[in-house]
Design a protein. Sequence first.
Length: 81
Amino acid sequence: MQNKIKQILESSNDKSQVLQAVEELAELSQALIKNVNRNKDNIDDITQEMADVFIMLEQLKLIYKIDDQELKKQMEFKVNR
């Protein structure tokens, strides 16, 4: 899967992928709001949007050259504070 994510990134430009990430985050936000505010059973939509966001986060790690270990360190810090 990581190779496919790299291929997608290589076939586009960084700016378009950053904007795509923002769009995917917005779509996840919308699905979550529908679920909470409208008592809508849209778990499939939420799951699909989460998958899109995870893919885009992987691309953002590549674009911004974010080290996996540093990211894990930050995540552990935030979970444990």
